[in-house]
Ligand binder design. Structure first.
Ligand SMILES: [Zn+2]
Length: 331
């Protein structure tokens, strides 16, 4: 009976069933193996995600550093542009200056135009565009017209004045001051042969102008501009002695880096406008030479358009002062 039963059981578990059992067991083992593997892969993916995130953050930081460096480079470039040597065309032809006026820029200064210490750069190291309009040889009948145009643009400018005995014109010294502009010295006589004869004749002329300006305004000017610019054919032998003398007395002289060209009798309203627009492109802080002396009607005609265009280009109009690093031709 027993043997019959056992025979029956062994007969019940047939080979196909055994194969099925083996396959089932194998399937369980494989699925466990795959599950473990999947979990491991998930952990790896998590780690890769974290690494990716770290690299993204590093990338963002690097981009930030690069953009900061770009701003610095841009700023340095603007400083270099400001301190570049004035172009040959930037002449003050307000008097008949012989042609060699423009040939005296030494080779040394051409090749060392970036050689300025930080302190020399600071004052004008501003990202903001500022135009410094300067008017020489006034006051004249044109001066009040200039003052009105400046007011329309809420602009401040600098007037390098000469001496005059005309009582009406003499009132304009004070008008310049009262309306917030800088009053600066140019020359009483504007007579090249006389003022550049010696240091003393220069000082005599300046004393006369200084006294007149002080009498009419109560202001003691700090800035001045050499007639013909600091480097001209008339002052070759005395310029450096005059500079020393004036600087010892605390005066600061200004040349210019943009000239409107109104010293030439051929200058027209259009040529004056165009010359300023062409030259101003190189400067974030242009110091622009113009004239409000008698006979410069073309300059006054061009002035509103010049100011309108410069305003549209983002320039504001400021007066020169003693805090700025002065624009001077190479000595
Ligand atoms: Zn002049």
């Amino acid at each position: 009976m027993n043997s019959k039963n056992s025979h029956n059981i062994s007969k019940t578990i047939s080979p196909p069933v055994i194969i099925l059992l083996i396959l089932f067991t194998a399937a369980i083992i494989i699925s466990v193996f795959l599950s473990v593997n999947l979990k491991r892969k998930t952990v790896e993916i998590d780690e890769l995600s974290k690494t990716n995130k770290t690299y993204s953050e590093k990338n963002t930081n690097l981009n930030k550093i690069i953009s900061e460096q770009s701003v610095s480079i841009e700023d340095l470039n603007s400083q270099l542009a400001f301190f570049s040597t004035p172009e040959e065309g930037a002449e003050d032809s307000e008097a008949s200056i012989p042609a060699d006026n423009n040939t005296q820029n030494g080779a040394g200064s051409e090749s060392h135009q970036n050689l300025y210490a930080a302190s020399k750069n600071n004052a004008l190291n501003s990202l903001q565009k500022k135009a410094y309009l300067t008017f020489d040889d006034g006051p004249s009948n044109l001066t009040p017209v200039v003052l009105d145009i400046l007011d329309q643009y809420n602009a401040k400018a600098t007037f390098f004045v000469i001496g005059t005995t005309n009582e009406e014109y003499q009132q304009y010294y004070k008008a310049i001051v009262d309306r917030g502009h800088t009053l600066a010295l140019h020359s009483y006589t504007h007579n090249y042969n006389k003022i550049y004869a010696s240091v003393d004749t220069f000082l005599d002329d300046y004393q006369q102008l200084f006294d007149l300006v002080y009498e009419k305004t109560g202001v003691i000017p700090s800035l001045f501009r050499f007639p013909g610019g600091s480097k001209n054919a008339y002052n070759k032998t005395v310029r450096s002695s005059i500079m020393d003398e004036m600087e010892n007395r605390g005066f600061i002289f200004y040349d210019w880096n943009v000239s409107c060209g109104d010293g030439s009798s051929a200058a027209t309203r259009d040529s004056i406008y165009q010359k300023v627009m062409d030259e101003v492109k190189s400067y974030k802080h242009p110091v622009i030479l113009m004239h409000d002396g008698q006979g410069h009607q073309a300059t006054i005609d061009a002035l509103p358009d010049i100011m309108k265009s410069l305003s549209e280009q983002g320039y504001t109009f400021e007066s020169l002062n003693t805090d700025l690093s002065p624009v001077q031709f190479p000595r």
